[in-house]
Design a protein around this ligand. Structure first.
Ligand code: IPD
Length: 262
């Protein structure tokens, strides 16, 4: 496990927000059967979680800036540090009572992501990574998978939801990838998708149309577990382009080729 002061701050914020989300998740399961459904309740749960993370991190590291899913961008007095926060990644899963969601917190220093935490309170999985310190799930050191052949690879992806652009392109990419790999999964929480790559559960993962707060923590997780990440054009502009292709070294390269050629 990583025992730095920074990690303590980040995990404490994720745990506190996660405890609230876990309670609210129990309520969501009850609301499924109501006529009104859990939509508004989930929006409030999301906002509450973000408020907790924002307050905890502001207290511990005054002056750092924020880029948050709900609250947008808040410039700090310390221009070299910015938090990227998704208080509830996997909102649709949460809304439907599926226990695959998490709090995602990343810290950028001079524009580089140096630490990340992704916490799924439903199963008490705490993924952490810090530059140069490795990546861990709870107390277990993470390592990307050793599979190096596409026909053996399990690949995660993101599917553009209704109202989002890129449906035709995704279908094209999926059909290309499907024809070459063992199988494809869609988890519904990008931060966890990347943690799954770091943990060697997935051999690769790609998605387009994604925001910085969805992937910032996962990027350092994959890197510290020995994996590789690029945007879907092969560059390093994942956060600004909003596209991501990740995996162990051979699968990341092969997956990127498939996507580019689709
Ligand atoms: C979403 C999830 C999903 C991805 C979407 C994201 P949210 O984040 O990460 O897997 O496909 O693009 O927006 O909205 O649940 O925080």
């Amino acid at each position: 496990m990583i025992r730095s002061a920074l990690m303590n701050v980040m995990t404490a914020a994720a745990l506190k927000a996660g405890r609230g989300l876990k309670r609210d998740f129990g309520e969501v399961e009850n609301l499924q059967v109501s006529v009104k459904g859990p939509g508004d309740f989930v929006t409030v749960a999301d906002q509450k979680a973000e408020k907790i993370v924002f307050e905890e991190l502001s207290k511990a590291r005054p002056g750092y800036g924020f880029i948050m899913e709900e609250g947008g961008e808040i410039e700090g007095t310390d221009k070299s540090h910015t938090w990227h926060i998704d208080p509830l990644d996997g909102t649709t899963n949460f809304l439907h009572g599926i226990p695959i969601f998490g709090v995602s917190i990343a810290l950028a220093r001079e524009g580089q992501i140096v630490a990340g935490v992704v916490y799924n309170p439903a199963v008490d999985d705490m993924f952490v990574a810090e530059r140069g310190q490795g990546a861990y799930l709870n107390n277990r050191r993470l390592r990307v998978s050793g599979r190096n052949k596409l026909p053996e690879a399990l690949i995660g992806c993101g599917i553009p939801h209704l109202g989002k652009s890129g449906h035709a392109r995704f279908s094209q990419e999926l059909s290309t990838v499907m024809g070459k790999v063992s199988n494809v999964r869609r988890l519904g929480a990008a931060a966890l998708d990347l943690c799954y790559v770091a943990a060697g559960r997935y051999d690769g993962y790609w998605e387009r149309g994604i925001k910085s707060w969805d992937i910032a923590a996962g990027l350092v997780m994959v890197k510290e577990a020995g994996g590789f990440t690029t945007d879907c054009d092969g560059g390093q502009d994942m956060l600004t382009k909003g596209s991501i292709c990740a995996g162990n070294e051979p699968i990341q390269a092969a997956l990127l080729n498939l996507i580019k050629g689709a």
